[in-house]
Ligand binder design. Structure first.
Ligand code: SF4
Length: 475
């Protein structure tokens, strides 16, 4: 997927003007959040499980070389193959070679963010191989030639009517001429189309939620069962996964699963959980004859041991974006690359560079909702602040912001002067706005007042003054 993260500010404007998107986001905001809350309320030990999930991932990351080698040995012993891909280009080349070895013309793909990260579909298509997305959401956006806008719900930005139009436009040539409007009918039609695709596919490509070192298994969760058809029907199965997906044991996988589905969709469990452990064995009724795992690094090993390592704990549940007010206002496409929302704001600058994705970590008020719901306790605001500091150090921050920050730093180091200055500003703002209670336009704050009103100060003075009046200490 080609990045447009550098155009983040323009993308935001477009997203806010898109009525269909705003309608879809308003539904998403309520659904995911309420379902997660319900699932968490029904599980008293949820907070303890989050600690356990964090510790499992931390342990795996601290011993990543050991567990990756153990995983590789297990896969080889089972008759499978492991391919190490230091870069996205290596991963694309390896997958293309494997598809060519299998004489593949059609590939059934189950949803994989890694495939998006390395631009796999475009690469296969450019070499005459047709990748067919089999996850319903991915299938819809593939027809529309759009990238995913969410890591677990790729078509969440679309309304039902848009999906109906898309199917009507593309399925006509396959004999489906009626424009359907009911959700169940749309799903049934997609199922019928995809069933034929599964039967035609020469290779199945899936991602992996976890790689289990103990057994050499790749683990996948879905709600549609499409991954299971992608990896059992074709003769060749290729798993593409990034190196930080490895965990030590099956027991660890079970613990992580308990927080994954609850955080993602508010389910107790996803509908399908599949462990793929090597190719088909003698006597197996089905399964691939050839089994490959492609392990992608793409810059991740350089994060190990550094202050950004926490980001590698991510289990791609999407809870941070479901709860982020910024994501909820602009959707995923505005972020301009594979990973949107708070985790995207942390991961994308690492994978794309600060010059390309430096604006993403600035789109946060640090409300902290993302961190408060993350099942593996990633300190997302702290990691975003890290990028802001690097941006400032490398003089990538716009001059006006640098000057404003310089002025603020000057005042913040002089508490008395700070209080005088903020007291004057508070009185001036109150003078011009207290009566109506808000401003719909303010000099130097147009970015804020364009989409919302700025509350005018009411009685009581500055925060410091109110704090002092309540007996709080002020330096
Ligand atoms: S950062 Fe946390 S909440 Fe966000 S997708 Fe990753 S695991 Fe889920």
């Amino acid at each position: 997927m080609k990045s447009t993260a550098h155009a983040f500010k323009d993308n935001i404007g477009e997203a806010l003007r898109d009525a269909n998107l705003q309608q879809s986001l308003s539904i998403m905001k309520v659904g995911f959040v309420e379902r997660r809350r319900g699932a968490v309320d029904r599980m008293p030990e949820f907070e303890a499980l989050r600690d356990r999930a964090r510790d499992i991932k931390n342990h795996a990351l601290a011993n990543l070389d050991f567990y990756l080698e153990r995983f590789e040995r297990k896969v080889l012993a089972l008759g499978g193959h492991v391919h190490w891909a230091p870069t996205a280009e290596d991963a694309r080349r390896i997958v293309l070679d494997l598809c060519r070895q299998a004489n593949a013309r059609t590939v059934a793909k189950s949803k994989s963010m890694i495939a998006e990260e390395i631009g796999l579909n475009e690469h296969l298509e450019a070499h005459g191989i047709a990748p067919i997305e089999t996850d319903l959401g991915e299938y819809i956006i593939q027809l529309r030639q759009e990238p995913p806008s969410h890591i677990i719900a790729p078509a969440v930005h679309l309304t039902k009517d848009q999906v109906a139009d898309t199917f009507h436009e593309h399925h006509g040539k396959l004999g489906f001429t009626r424009r359907l409007t009911e959700r169940n009918d749309l799903v049934a039609e997609a199922r019928e189309v995809l069933r034929r695709k599964f039967q035609e596919a020469d290779v199945g490509i899936t991602g992996a939620n976890f790689l289990v070192a103990e057994t050499g298994s790749s683990m996948l969760v879905t709600n549609e069962g499409n991954a299971d058809l992608s990896n059992t029907l074709p003769d060749t199965h290729i798993v593409i996964a990034s190196i930080e997906k490895v965990i030590p044991t099956l027991e660890d996988a079970a613990a992580l699963l308990r927080v994954l589905a609850r955080s993602a969709t508010g389910q107790e469990w996803s509908s399908y959980t599949t462990f793929n452990t090597g190719p088909r064995r003698d006597g197996d009724p089905d399964g691939p004859r050839s089994y490959h795992v492609v392990l992608l690094d793409n810059g991740r090993s350089s994060v190990l041991g550094g202050e950004m390592q926490d980001m590698l704990r991510c289990i791609r549940c999407g809870a941070c974006m479901n709860h982020c007010p910024v994501y909820g206002a602009i959707g995923g496409h505005a972020y301009g690359w594979v990973y949107p929302g708070p985790i995207g704001a942390v991961l994308d600058p690492q994978l794309l560079g600060l010059e390309e994705a430096g604006d993403l970590p600035n789109a946060s008020t640090f409300c902290g909702r993302c961190e408060s719901v993350c099942p593996v306790r990633i300190p997302l605001p702290r990691l975003m602040r890290h990028w802001r500091e690097r941006e400032f150090e490398r003089r990538l921050t716009p001059p006006a912001v640098r000057k404003a920050l310089g002025l603020w730093a000057f005042l913040a180091k002089r508490p008395r002067l700070y209080r005088v200055a903020t007291g004057i500003a508070n009185r001036a703002l109150a003078l011009f706005g207290r009566a109506q209670g808000r401003y719909d336009a303010l000099p130097l704050a147009g970015g804020w007042t364009k989409h919302r009103d700025m509350p005018a100060p009411q009685t009581g003075g500055t925060f410091h003054a109110q704090w002092k009046a309540r007996g709080g200490a002020v330096r």
